[in-house]
Design a protein around this ligand. Structure first.
Ligand code: OGA
Ligand code: NI
Length: 207
């Protein structure tokens, strides 16, 4: 698909130059509403868990660092009418593999909600016990997000310079990706319920 080929080249260029890339309307409003509805139903059923730091054996709850709640997704249990999500995600992963040479072999995705007053302090997405995460992938699912709702994602593209940052608003349909091991980032306090799908494209782990 020609437009996707161009898309991959654009991502490669942005990641190479700046370490991050984002695009609006990666999902359309109707798709965002469907995905958010799915997340909200699971949340109402009590399926979300308060998020920790790390995964599996290094898992710890650190309320002073992170106060969102998450639900790990699995492809098999996704309702049929939401298949478009994985179709778009898979196409994105193939394009990244074609154009970015990150050696992606696996991925993981979770739904996330930041209720009013929650945040995620500055961090890197690569953990101490594994280096597998190569690219962080985020899609925002919020309808009518306003600047006063806060909850911006603050990226620090130059890790050694705290003064240089870029704030990205969690606008519905927006997709953002960045190099997991290289871009420190934080979620500023959200003044409204903030919904997203967050994932990681993974390669082999070197430790
Ligand atoms: C994360 C994260 C950012 C966001 O889950 O590791 O940094 O904008 N999320 O939701
Ligand atoms: Ni993160």
């Amino acid at each position: 698909m020609e437009s996707y080929k161009q898309f991959g080249d654009e991502i490669a260029l942005a990641l190479g130059h700046k370490g991050y890339y984002y695009i609006d309307q990666f999902f359309m409003t109707e798709e965002i509403n469907q995905l958010r509805g799915f997340a909200q139903d699971l949340f109402a059923l009590g399926k979300f868990k308060s998020a920790g730091i790390g995964k599996d054996h290094s898992f710890q709850h650190h309320k002073e660092i992170r106060t969102d709640s998450i639900y790990w997704m699995d492809r098999e249990s996704l309702p049929k009418d939401l298949i478009f999500f994985y179709q778009r995600f898979d196409a994105f992963v193939s394009e990244v593999n074609r154009s970015c040479y990150l050696g992606i072999v696996d991925s993981e995705l979770h739904l996330a909600v930041y209720p009013k007053g929650t945040f995620y302090k500055k961090h890197l997405d690569v953990f101490q016990h594994t280096s597998a995460r190569r690219l962080s992938f985020i899609c925002y699912l919020n309808a009518d997000w306003k600047p006063e709702d806060g909850g911006q994602l603050r990226l620090y593209p130059q890790p050694l310079d705290e003064e240089i940052y870029l704030d990205i608003e969690p606008i519905g349909g927006r997709m953002l990706c960045f190099l997991s091991g290289e871009i420190p980032h934080e979620v500023l306090v959200s003044q409204n319920e903030r919904w997203s799908i967050t994932g990681w494209l993974k390669g082999p782990s070197y430790w």
